[in-house]
Ligand binder design. Structure first.
Ligand SMILES: C[S@@+](CC[C@H](N)C(=O)[O-])C[C@H]1O[C@@H](n2cnc3c(N)ncnc32)[C@H](O)[C@@H]1O
Length: 305
């Protein structure tokens, strides 16, 4: 199957990973997850699809001193940025960022005590193949950690300006599911992959599969004073302003999912209008909103030899 050729290093996608990472976790949950994963000073970890190194940089303090973090990604510019960020990281860990494909990771078998991915599997046509590589590079008795969402269309999202009736909801759901299936058919990944990870881990031979969820709740309550809400507000306004940049991608997904050209045009216009109402309410300080998908953290152990 063709794979996602999204260029994560281009300005548009890079901006998304940068912005979304700013308030992704609550620091106290990171501490709890670190103890759940069982980090120890001196561990080696591998992070596949590392981008600019977010996972390794977040957890490095729990492996210091003597920890080694190896990030693997196929985008050279992101790896360069990862190296620059790692050079300024506190603590005593070493970082290596190497170019490579998730389906053929350029590392020896049993390299790491723990192997991670965060929002990688959701973008792959064959997530099982990448998971098999993660298992391969993990030592016997080590852990594989997959941090992946289920952003199924229709995931709870409330916005106080929308007075949806039944037909609106059905129309939105039909559009989103078509785009979702089209995206999969085009090899661009599965936004709902998170819910499939436990089964994938079991089939990959991992044991003691456990899960947690990100505790962060995305919401807007006027006057949006908290830094997270200010950030969320900026993201919504910015995404709306740049909406046209996504048009072609969404259109192709929708058509590949069996949608019709004319319906796409109508929907795009109608929901553009709704987006405008939402941004206007936000700028007036009148919008309440809550929601998002489910963001899972799965852990499985590679059986001891
Ligand atoms: C959504 S970003 C997540 C980056 C990082 N894990 C984080 O959470 O900030 C997905 C990353 O996976 C990388 N990627 C996508 N497909 C890949 C593949 N087949 N092999 C290696 N890296 C890949 C992209 O270049 C990008 O950096």
């Amino acid at each position: 199957m063709a794979d996602d050729r999204t260029d994560w290093a281009d300005e548009r996608h890079r901006r998304i990973i940068e912005e979304q990472r700013k308030f992704l976790w609550m620091p106290e949950q990171v501490e709890r997850l670190a103890s759940w994963i069982g980090f120890k000073p001196g561990w080696t970890i591998v992070d596949i699809g590392c981008g600019y190194g977010y996972v390794g940089l977040t957890y490095a303090p729990f492996m210091s001193p003597g920890g080694r973090i190896i990030g693997v990604d196929r985008e050279g510019p992101l790896l360069e940025e990862a190296r620059a960020r790692a050079a300024k990281a506190p603590g005593e860990c070493t970082f290596d960022f190497v170019g490579g494909e998730a389906y053929s990771v350029p590392l020896a078998d049993e390299t790491a005590e723990a192997t991670f991915c965060q929002t990688l599997l959701m973008h792959l046509a064959e997530p099982e193949r990448a998971l098999a590589e993660m298992v391969r590079v993990t030592k016997a008795g080590g852990v594989v950690v997959c941090i992946e969402p289920d952003n199924s269309p229709g995931a709870a999202f409330y916005a106080s300006v929308f007075d949806f009736d039944f037909d609106d909801r059905m129309e939105a759901a039909a559009f989103e599911w078509r785009a979702h299936y089209g995206r999969q058919a085009r090899g661009r990944g599965d936004m709902a992959v998170g819910s499939r990870v436990p089964e994938m881990m079991d089939r990959a031979g991992l044991v003691e599969v456990e899960a947690r969820q990100n505790e962060k709740v995305w919401m807007l309550v006027p006057p949006y004073e908290a830094p997270q809400q200010q950030h969320f507000k900026r993201m919504i306004c910015d995404n709306f302003e740049r909406r046209e940049e996504w048009r072609e991608e969404v259109r192709e997904d929708y058509l590949a999912g069996g949608g019709e050209e004319e319906k796409f045009e109508r929907y795009w216009e109608k929901w553009g209008e709704r987006g405008r109402e939402m941004v206007a309410a936000l700028e007036r300080g009148e919008l309440f909103a809550t929601g998002g998908g489910t963001f899972y953290i799965f852990k499985g152990r590679k059986p001891a030899a």
